[in-house]
Ligand binder design. Structure first.
Ligand code: ZN
Length: 214
């Protein structure tokens, strides 16, 4: 007898907008939920709490993990925190280097709109008898973090690595040489058959992206 039912990755897509540097774009974001039948963690909080709660169901949410603080990934995080676990909440985790981006969306006003726990490289988040390990991968954003799930053979990369290459670095707080360094040093160190669950669009693998980045 095991303490936990099978761990799985659940997914949905939520539509909305991304704004930065005075421009706004329509975007579809992936919602990722990792857990078993009784508990889970949510990776990123785009656009719609209802869309996220439809994936969570009635499970206990252990944490809300943010890959970075662009508004299309963190906009509804505080509202989600209020809704989960019957209103008793769950901690929002964010790397503190993304504070300037977070504050573009969630102004610090002393009313509980900050995140709760600082992410750092190597932090392990336990859920449903498994663990996700935080990899600090700056470049797309200064506090960009990927979450590696070794037991599941996958990594959640946010906007750091997509099918077809690195995430965008054309806007404020991004750095193209840094994102490539992060991908090469941290993500390409993972097994080649690791499935990459991205912030937008289709899955890929570490091996496929190694071949395309060169
Ligand atoms: Zn982004």
């Amino acid at each position: 007898m095991t303490a936990h039912s099978a761990v799985r990755v659940d997914h949905a897509v939520s539509s909305g907008t991304f704004s930065l540097d005075g421009q706004t774009f329509d975007v579809d974001n992936n919602i990722w939920v990792v857990g078993d039948d009784s508990e889970c963690v949510v990776i990123d909080a785009p656009h719609s709490v209802d869309d996220i709660m439809a994936v969570v169901g009635d499970r206990t949410v252990r944490a809300i993990l943010l890959t970075h603080a662009h508004d299309d990934h963190c906009r509804v995080a505080p509202e989600l925190r209020e809704r989960v676990n019957g209103g008793s909440g769950a901690p929002i985790l964010l790397h503190p280097d993304d504070k300037p981006l977070w504050e573009l969306t969630h102004v610090r006003d002393g009313e509980g709109h900050l995140w709760d726990v600082d992410l750092f490289d190597g932090l392990e988040i336990a859920v449903a008898g498994t663990a996700l390990r935080a990899l600090h991968t700056p470049g797309h954003a200064p506090g960009a973090v990927c979450f590696h799930a070794p037991d599941l053979g996958c990594v959640f990369t946010g906007d750091t690595l997509f099918q077809g290459g690195p995430g965008a670095t054309g806007r404020s707080y991004s750095d193209e040489s840094l994102i490539k360094e992060s991908i090469r040093a941290r993500l390409f160190a993972l097994p080649e058959d690791t499935v990459v669950h991205t912030g937008h669009g289709e899955d890929t693998t570490i091996g496929a992206e190694k071949a395309s980045l060169g």
